[in-house]
Structures are given as C-alpha cells and as structure tokens.
Write a protein that binds this ligand. Sequence first.
Ligand code: HEC
Length: 150
Amino acid sequence: MRLSRYAVIFAVVAGSTLSAGSILAADGVIAKRQADMKAMGKEMSGIKDTLAAKGDLAKVQAHAETIRKIMVEVPALFPAGSDAGPTDALPAIWTDQAGFDSAVKRADGLADALATAAGSGETAAATAAFAALGKNGCGGCHQTYRKPQG
Ligand code: HEC
C-alpha cells in the first residue's frame, strides 16, 4: 500500500516534469523554425535584389540552393506538440500532414526550378521562376498552414 502511494506521487511528479520539459522543447523548435524561415526570407531578398539589379545569376542560383538546403529541414521542424506556444503555425499542419509535406515538396521543386533557370543564364526565366517560388512555394504553404499576417 505504502509503496504504491509513493509510486503514484512519483508518477505525478515525473509527469509534471516531463510536460514542463516538452513545453521548453516546443519553444526551442518554434524559435528554430522561425529563424530558418527568416533565413529563407533573407535568401529571397537577395534574389530579388540581384534580379532587380540585373546582377550575377550565379548568385541567384546559390541563393536558391541555400533555400533548398533549409527546405529539407522544414518537415522535422514541425513535430507533433509544437502547435502550442509563440507560433503562427496553424493546426492544419498536424491534421493534414500529407498536405503539409506536399507543400514542402512543391516549394523545393520550385526552388530547384529557379536554380536551374538561373544556371541557364536566362534572366527572364529566372525572374519567372522566382515569382513562382514566392507565390506558389512560400506563399502557397503560408496561405494554408500559417496564421494570416496582419
Ligand atoms: C510547407 C510550408 C511552408 C513553406 C514551403 C514555407 N513556409 Fe514560411 N512559414 C511556414 C509556417 C507554418 C510559418 C509559421 C512558423 C511559426 O510561427 O512557428 C512560417 C513562417 C515564415 C516566416 C516568419 C518567421 C518568423 O519570424 O516568425 C517567414 C519570414 C517565412 N515563413 C518565409 C518563408 C519563405 C521565404 C519561404 C519560401 C522560400 C517559406 N517561408 C516557405 C510554412 C512554410
């Protein structure tokens, strides 16, 4: 009897420690994915500026490849339980995981197309591919899976 009472107390204490731990872990992963998203935003600005200045398309290609490197990390940055906290992520990410994963794949494909267009040295093609990435890649996912930005 005595033992089992201790066991219950232990379980309660351990349980609350665990949930505090996972809240901390969620805050960490939220901060990490927001930082990674911001980093992709910076790459996009770099591309925009380079295209506007009719600059070196090799730079555009390098930015697009950096975006792809970050993009492959995206699915892992939205683990179950990271919907609570200081986040703009919408619950649809976890209720429609297949849709979220395909939004990642679509954005990655569009970043790949931009890298290829920039590699071909065609400014017009690179500009069109950049617009498609922004609208359908980044924007396509944000529209469905991120809280509207006011
Ligand atoms: C598959 C979905 C998806 C794709 C693709 C995606 N994002 Fe995001 N993005 C999100 C979600 C969800 C958030 C909200 C994250 C949070 O607050 O936890 C976000 C947040 C952001 C933020 C705000 C970060 C902050 O400081 O809070 C920026 C900037 C951003 N994304 C830029 C981009 C750019 C640029 C691209 C394309 C190169 C992109 N995103 C592609 C889902 C996506």
